[in-house]
Design a protein around this ligand. Structure first.
Ligand SMILES: Nc1ncnc2c1ncn2[C@@H]1O[C@H](COP(=O)(O)OP(=O)(O)OP(=O)(O)O)[C@@H](O)[C@H]1O
Ligand SMILES: [Mg+2]
Length: 457
C-alpha cells in the first residue's frame, strides 16, 4: 500500500485514476492543479505522483520540477496527450520516472504505478538501512577522528531518528552547519524539505514574516501572500541558524509554535499548523544570554532538548592534518592538480590556535594552495603570516564565556568594568573610539570612565 497523488484538472480523469488505484489498495489523494498538488505533497508523505502534463497555470513539467526540488526521491509519472512523444521525452530527461499516453490504458497505469511504488520503497529501505548502519555521506563529510568529533557524531546518530529539537553550540567556524545537515540527512525526514534560515542575517522586522509568512496586504510591501519557512518546511526540518540573534518578541512567537504547534501568518486569522523538526545553532552561549535576559529561559529549555557542543579546533588538534588533507584533496579535484602539503606545513598548522576554527584553517590552506606554484606546499607561506585575519572579539571564544565570567566572580563591579575597559582598549591597540564602539558606549563616557579609574595614556 502506498500514498499516491493524482494531479489532473479534469475531474472525470482524476476520479477514474483514483478509483483504479484505490482498487489496488493504495491511498489516493487528488489535486486539480499543480499548485494544489504541491501543497498536498507537503502535507502528506507521498510515495509517487501521477500528473497530467497539460494543466492550467503551472503545467505538469513545471509542477514536477518544483516537486522534485523539495522531494527529490518521489517518482513522477506524467500523462501526455496523444502524439506528444516529444514532450514525453523531455519529461523523462527532466527526471520523470515514466509517462503514459492518452487515452490511458488502465492496466498499464496500474503496472507503471506499481513499479514507481517499488522504486519508492527501495529508496526508503535504502535510507533506512543506511541509517541503521550508521553510515551516511553527511556524516562522512564531518572530517575528524578526535574524541570530540567522535562524540558529536555519536550524538547525531542517536538523535537523528527522533523529532526532538536540537541545539548546536560552538564557536564560529567549528562546523555547526555540517552537524545540522547530518542530523536532517540521517533522520526519517531526509528527502523531505530542509530549510535553513539565518536569524542574524535577516532584519528584525522581516524575521517574523520569513518564519511565519504573511497575508497579502498585511503591511506595506506585502504585495502577495507569502508562505513562511515553517509552512514550507512542513514534514521536514527547519534549521534556525544564529538563534541567539533572534529578538525577544520573535522568541515569544517561536515559543508559541513549540508549545501548541500552531502559528498564524502575519495579518492572518487562520491558525496554521506544521509538522517541523527544529534544529538550532548559535555561537553565543545561550545560557549566558538567558542570564543576561537576552534570551527567554522557557524557549531555551524547549530548544535545548538535545544539545550538541561542537569543540573548537584548538581542543582537537589531532584533526588538523586530516582536515588539511581533506581540503587539499578537494582543491586538487577542483583544479585538476596534484599538490600536497609538506610535513613541515602540517606541523605548523597543527601548532596554531585557529580562533576562526575550521573555516580559518580552510581559508589558510586554500591561500597556500593558490600561492604555491610547485607540487609541494612548503611552510614559508605560513611564516609570512599567511593565516587569516584575527577574528572579531565576539566570535573568538564565546563558549568559554562561562569560564571567563567565573574568573571575575568575587570582584567588585567597578573593578570588573575597569578590567573590561582596559582589556578592550588593549585589543583595540589603544584606540579609544574603536574600543568605545565595541563596548557600545559613547566616547565621552569612555573618557569619563578612564578618568574615574585614573587611567593615563
Ligand atoms: N569536521 C569538518 N570536516 C570538514 N569540513 C568542516 C568540518 N567542520 C567545518 N568544516 C568546514 O568549515 C567551514 C565552516 O563550517 P560551518 O559553516 O558548518 O561552521 P559554523 O559552526 O556553522 O560557523 P558559523 O558559526 O560561523 O556559522 C565550512 O566550509 C565547512 O564545510
Ligand atoms: Mg553557521
Amino acid at each position: 500500500m502506498a500514498n499516491l497523488l493524482v494531479i489532473d484538472d479534469n475531474l472525470t480523469n482524476r476520479e477514474t485514476y483514483a478509483d483504479v488505484l484505490s482498487g489496488e489498495g493504495h491511498i489516493v489523494l487528488t489535486a486539480g492543479s499543480g499548485e494544489e498538488g504541491l501543497a498536498k505533497m507537503g502535507a502528506a508523505a507521498i510515495d509517487a505522483v501521477l500528473c497530467d502534463l497539460k494543466l492550467p497555470n503551472l503545467d505538469g513539467l513545471a509542477t514536477m520540477e518544483l516537486g522534485r526540488e523539495k522531494f527529490a526521491k518521489v517518482p513522477w509519472i506524467l500523462i501526455t496527450g496523444h502524439g506528444n512523444e516529444e514532450t514525453a521525452v523531455a519529461a523523462i530527461k527532466q527526471g520523470a520516472f515514466n509517462y503514459l499516453t492518452k487515452p490511458v490504458d488502465l492496466a498499464r497505469l496500474k503496472a507503471t504505478v506499481e513499479s514507481a511504488v517499488r522504486l519508492a520503497d527501495a529508496n526508503r529501505e535504502n535510507r533506512q538501512l543506511r541509517r541503521e548502519l550508521g553510515y551516511d555521506e553527511a556524516l562522512a563529510r564531518i572530517v575528524g577522528t578526535s574524541a570530540g568529533v567522535r562524540q558529536v557524531k555519536q550524538i547525531i546518530r542517536q538523535v537523528a531518528a527522533s523529532d526532538a529539537p536540537v541545539l548546536i553550540e560552538g564557536e564560529s567556524g567549528t562546523g555547526k552547519e555540517l552537524v545540522a545537515d547530518a542530523i536532517h540527512a540521517l533522520s526519517k525526514r531526509s528527502g523531505r524539505p530542509y530549510i535553513k534560515i539565518n536569524c542574524g542575517a535577516i532584519p528584525h522586522d522581516l524575521l517574523e514574516s520569513e518564519l511565519f509568512g504573511h497575508e497579502r496586504g498585511s503591511f506595506t510591501g506585502a504585495v502577495a501572500l507569502k508562505k513562511g519557512k515553517f509552512e514550507v518546511s512542513d514534514t521536514g526540518s527547519l534549521f534556525l541558524d544564529e538563534i541567539g540573534e533572534m529578538p525577544l518578541d520573535s522568541q515569544v512567537k517561536l515559543l508559541r509554535v513549540l508549545q501548541d504547534g500552531s502559528f498564524t501568518r502575519i495579518g492572518g486569522t487562520q491558525p496554521m499548523s506544521a509538522d517541523v523538526r527544529l534544529i538550532c545553532a548559535t555561537n553565543r552561549n545561550l545560557k549566558t544570554e538567558v542570564l543576561a535576559n537576552r534570551f527567554r529561559m522557557d524557549l531555551y529549555f524547549r530548544l535545548n532538548v538535545v544539545s550538541i557542543t561542537v569543540p573548537p579546533l584548538r581542543d582537537r588538534r589531532e584533526d588538523i592534518p586530516l582536515l588539511a588533507q581533506a581540503f587539499i584533496e578537494r582543491l586538487n579535484l577542483r583544479h585538476g592538480q596534484h599538490k600536497e602539503l609538506s610535513d613541515g606545513v602540517l606541523q605548523m598548522l597543527r601548532r596554531q590556535d585557529w580562533p576562526g576554527n575550521i573555516r580559518e584553517l580552510e581559508n589558510t590552506v586554500e591561500k597556500l594552495y593558490v600561492l604555491t606554484p610547485g607540487k609541494v606546499i612548503e611552510a614559508d607561506g605560513l611564516a609570512h603570516g599567511l593565516t587569516s585575519e584575527p577574528m572579531p572579539a565576539a566570535a573568538r571564544a564565546p563558549v568559554d564565556a562561562d569560564e571567563a565570567v567565573r574568573l571575575l566572580v568575587g570582584l567588585p563591579m567597578d573593578e570588573v568594568e575597569r578590567r573590561l575597559i582596559l582589556a578592550t582598549l588593549e585589543r583595540c591597540g589603544g584606540n579609544k573610539s574603536k574600543a568605545a564602539r565595541q563596548l557600545q558606549i559613547g566616547l565621552k563616557t569612555m573618557y569619563r570612565k578612564l578618568e574615574t579609574y585614573g587611567v593615563k595614556e
